[in-house]
Design a protein around this ligand. Sequence first.
Ligand SMILES: C[S@@+](CC[C@H](N)C(=O)[O-])C[C@H]1O[C@@H](n2cnc3c(N)ncnc32)[C@H](O)[C@@H]1O
Length: 349
Amino acid sequence: MKKQVKEKKLSQSDLILYLHASAAFQLLNAGVELKLFELLHQKKTQTVPDIANALKLKLQSARCLVFGLVALRLIKNVNNLYQNGSIIERLFNEGEWKLFKSMVLLQSNIMYIGQIDFVKSLQQSRNVGLQRFAGTGNTLYQRLGQSPKLQKIFKDFMEVYSEFANPHLLRHVNFSQDHFVLDVGGGSGTNAIALAKHYPNSSVILLDLPGVASVAKKKIEQHGLSDKIKFYPADMFKQQFPKNQDCVLLIHQLVIWSSEGNIILLRKAYESLKKNGRVIIFNSIADDSENGPLMAALDTVYFRSIAAGNGMIYPWKDYEKWLHKIGFKRVERIRCKSWTPHGIIVGYK
Ligand SMILES: C[S@@+](CC[C@H](N)C(=O)[O-])C[C@H]1O[C@@H](n2cnc3c(N)ncnc32)[C@H](O)[C@@H]1O
C-alpha cells in the first residue's frame, strides 16, 4: 500500500515572502550593512530618531527600514521602542553573529549577482551566472584569484563557516591514528589548522589552486604550523594526489562537482590512501527523500548558477553509491546537530 504523505501546506504569507524574497533580503542586508542589529544588541532599545541618528539616515529612511524589519519579525516594536527579535539576539549570544553576517555579505555580493541566471543555467546545464564575475576560467574558484575584493569576501565567509562547522567533525571523528592527511581543496587552511592543533602528530598536505597559495601559506605561518601543514598547488582534476595517505579530507568540496566529477575525485582519493585508510566527506547533505532540508535545496541554486554549474547538495545515498562503486569496504553516515545541514560520510578502504 502506498504511504500517505501529509501535505505541509504553504500559507498565503509564505507565498508573499517568496514573491518579495528579494525585498526581504534587501531589508535584512540593510540591517546588517548599516549595523542596525549591532546597535540594537548594544543599546537594547532605540526609538526611530535614535536609529536615524546612529545610522546617519534621514528620519523617513529609518522609518521605512524599521517598518520592513518589524514586518519580517527580525526586530520588534514595543511601544515605539525597537529591539532585536529573539532569533537575532540568539545569534549574538551564541557567538554566531560573525558567521551570519558573512553569509549575508556572501549573498549580497555573490549569490544575488549570479543567481539571476538560474533559469538559463538550468536550460543550458551550466553556470551561466559566472559571466557576471570578471576573469577567466569556468568556475568561480578560478576567478576568485583574479579579483581581490571577491576573494576576500569568499575567504572571510569560508573561514568563519569552516570555523563554525569543523568542531562537529573533530567531535565525531577521531584522527589520532592519521599521521598523513591530505586535505583536497583545503582553501586557506581553516580545517587543516584546526586538525593539526588537535592532533600534533598529524601532518597535513593542503591541496588547492595556485591562486590560494599566498593566503593559505600566510595563515599557516601565523598559526606557527608551517612544519606541519604543507601547501600543494594543484588542480585536483588534473594533477596526481600524493600517495600513502592515512586520511583524505573532502570538506565543502563534493557539493561543487557533478556525479562524474565526484567519482573521479573519490577514485583519486582511494588510490592515494594506504590500506585501511579513510576518506572523509564533510559538507551539507540532503535527505534521501530529496524533500529538504530547506537550506540544502536553496544552496543548490548557487552550485547550479555560479560555482561550477553541475554540483548540488547531494543526498546521503549518492555518496554511498559512489563510494561502494569505487570499492570502499565500509561506509558510515554521521549526522551533525546543527542549523546547517552538515553531515559526515566516512569511506573505509
Ligand atoms: C568551498 S571551498 C572549501 C574550502 C575548504 N575545504 C573549507 O571547507 O573551508 C572550495 C575550495 O576548493 C578549491 N578548488 C576549486 N576548484 C579546484 C581545483 N580544480 N583544484 C584544486 N582546488 C580547487 C577552491 O579554491 C576552494 O578553496
